[in-house]
Write a protein that binds this ligand. Structure first.
Ligand code: 5AD
Ligand code: SF4
Length: 435
C-alpha cells in the first residue's frame, strides 16, 4: 500500500477536488497520510488566482524536492490550477515528476503507474464534460459536520482579470441526480451541513433544472441538513434563488456576492457585465425578502487605470451594502488574461497597498457594526468543535455565517444549539447557551 499526501491551496473547490483525488487513488490502494515525511506520493493541489498564491507554492516545491532527495523513489506531483497554467514549465524545473490539470484526475492512477519507467508524466487536457459526478469524495473535514459538494466546474464568464476560465475550462453542470444522491450520502454519514460549490452557482443548469430548482431539491433531502452555497454572480442571481432561500428554513441565509468594484467604468473594464446600480438592486431584493440575510463580498483594488476617485466608489459601495465580511485583494496581473493583454498594470504597488489597507480598515468597522447589531439576538448554531482560543468553549456558525463562541461542556460537534449574543468582536459573536 502506498501512502498519499495532498497539500491543498486556494478555494473550496480545490478542497473538494482533493477529496475526489483521494477517492480515485484510494480505489487503487493508496492510503491517506497527513505526514509528508512518510508519503510515497506528495501532491500539491494548487492555485493560480494571484501571483502571491503561486509564489507560496513555488516555495513548497523546493521543500518537496528535499523529500525526493532524502528519500529516493518519492513522487512529487503538481495538480490543479497552477499545473494547468504552467504545464511543461513545472517539469522543466526537474523537481517535479507529475503535472495534472483539474480535469485529468481520473488519469492519475495511470500517470503514476507510467512514472515507473522513469519519465515525468503530464496531462493538462481540459474537458467539456468531466464533472466527476459519479465519484463519492473521501471527506477531509475532520469533525464530520460540514461537507462540500461540487455542482459544476469551470467558468464561462471571462472577467478580464481572472485566470480561472483558463485553468478550469468551460462551465459544465453536474447531473442533479448525482448531487442529490451525494447530499443523501452526506446525511447518512452523519454530516449536518453541505455547501454547494461552483464558480458561478447561479448559472447551474442540467436539463430543466436551474440553480433555484437544485437548491430546493437539496433542501428537501432533510430539514436537519443545512444547505449553503458559493459563489453567486451578481449578474445571474435570480429572484427565484432568493425566494427559494426564503422558503426553506434549512437553507442558510448567507450570500457571498462578489462585487469586485463600486465604479461602473472599472466594472465594465473588468467585464463583470453589471453596473453598481444593478448590484445594489440585487442587494435591496435580498434584504427585502430576507432582512436577516448575511452578505459578504470580494473586491479588487488597484485594477488597471483605477483612479483614486474610482477607488472611493468602492469604499462608498461597501458602506451602502453594509457587508458583514469581505475578502479584499490588490490587483495581481495574470499572464494570458484579457487585462494582461490589453491594459497596462499601471497603479503603483504602494498605491494598491494603501487602497487595500483603507478598504480593509473600513470593512473592519463595518464588520464590528454588523456584529454589534446582533447583540441581544438568539441564533441557531451548528456546533463545529472546540473554540481555538479557549478549550472550554465551543464554536459554530449561525445561519448568516457569523462565527459564534460560547462556554459549553455538554454539546458536541454536529449538534444544533441556540445561543444568545452577549457581546462581540469584529470577527466573532460572543454568546451564552440559551434554553
Ligand atoms: N488579482 C486580484 N484578485 C483577484 N481575484 C481574482 N482574480 C484576481 C486578480 N487577478 C479575486 C476576486 C475573486 C476572488 C476569488 O479573487 O475578488 O472574487
Ligand atoms: Fe485558485 Fe481560482 Fe483555481 Fe480556485 S479556481 S484554485 S481560486 S485559481
Amino acid at each position: 500500500m502506498k501512502k498519499l499526501y495532498i497539500e491543498t491551496y486556494g478555494c473550496q473547490m480545490n478542497v473538494s477536488d482533493s477529496e475526489v483525488i483521494f477517492a480515485i487513488l484510494g480505489k487503487k490502494g493508496y492510503v491517506r497520510t497527513e505526514d509528508m515525511g512518510e508519503a510515497d506520493v506528495i501532491l500539491a493541489n494548487t492555485c493560480s488566482i494571484r501571483d502571491n498564491a503561486e509564489q507560496r507554492i513555488w516555495g513548497r516545491v523546493d521543500q518537496f524536492y528535499q523529500q525526493k532527495k532524502s528519500r529516493p523513489g518519492v513522487v512529487v506531483g503538481i495538480v490543479g490550477c497552477m499545473a494547468e497554467r504552467l504545464k511543461d514549465a513545472l517539469l522543466d524545473t526537474r523537481k517535479v515528476d507529475l503535472v495534472a490539470g483539474p480535469d485529468a484526475y481520473r488519469k492519475l492512477p495511470a500517470l503514476l503507474d507510467a512514472l515507473s519507467d522513469g519519465h515525468p508524466q503530464m496531462d493538462v487536457q481540459l474537458s467539456r464534460e468531466e464533472t466527476y459526478g459519479d465519484i463519492s469524495p473521501v471527506r477531509l473535514d475532520k469533525n464530520g459536520v460540514s461537507a462540500f459538494i461540487s455542482i459544476m466546474r469551470g467558468c464561462n464568464n471571462v472577467c478580464s482579470y481572472c485566470v480561472v476560465p483558463y485553468t478550469r475550462g468551460v462551465e459544465r453542470s453536474r447531473d442533479y441526480r448525482t448531487i442529490v444522491r451525494e447530499a443523501c450520502e452526506c446525511l447518512s454519514d452523519g454530516y449536518k451541513e453541505v455547501t454547494l460549490l461552483g464558480q458561478n452557482v447561479d448559472s447551474y443548469r442540467f436539463g430543466d433544472v436551474d440553480f433555484a430548482g437544485l437548491l430546493a431539491m437539496v433542501a428537501e433531502v432533510s430539514p436537519t441538513l443545512r444547505v449553503r452555497f458559493s459563489t453567486s454572480h451578481p449578474k445571474d442571481i435570480s429572484d427565484a434563488v432568493i425566494e427559494t432561500m426564503a422558503r426553506y428554513p434549512n437553507i442558510c441565509r448567507h450570500i457571498h456576492l462578489p462585487v469586485q468594484s463600486g465604479n461602473d467604468r472599472i466594472l465594465e473594464k473588468m467585464r463583470r457585465r453589471y453596473t453598481r446600480a444593478w448590484y445594489m438592486e440585487r442587494v435591496a431584493k435580498i434584504r427585502e425578502v430576507m432582512p436577516d440575510c448575511g452578505l459578504s463580498t470580494d473586491a479588487i483594488v488597484g485594477f488597471c487605470s483605477e483612479t483614486e476617485e474610482e477607488f472611493r466608489d468602492t469604499l462608498s459601495l461597501f458602506r451602502e451594502a453594509a457587508y458583514d465580511s469581505a475578502f479584499m485583494f490588490a490587483y495581481s496581473e495574470r499572464p494570458g488574461t484579457l487585462a494582461a493583454r490589453e491594459y497596462p498594470d499601471d497603479v503603483p504597488q504602494e498605491e494598491k497597498t494603501r487602497r487595500l489597507e483603507e478598504l480593509i480598515a473600513l470593512q473592519n468597522t463595518l464588520s464590528l457594526e454588523s456584529n454589534r447589531a446582533d447583540v441581544g439576538k438568539t441564533f441557531e448554531v451548528l456546533v463545529e468543535g472546540p473554540s481555538k482560543r479557549n478549550p472550554e468553549q465551543l464554536c459554530g456558525r449561525a445561519g448568516n455565517n457569523k462565527m459564534c463562541v460560547w462556554t459549553d461542556s455538554v454539546h458536541k460537534p454536529g449538534d444544533y444549539v441556540h445561543v444568545s449574543v452577549q457581546d462581540c468582536t469584529q470577527a466573532t459573536l460572543l454568546c451564552t447557551l440559551s434554553e
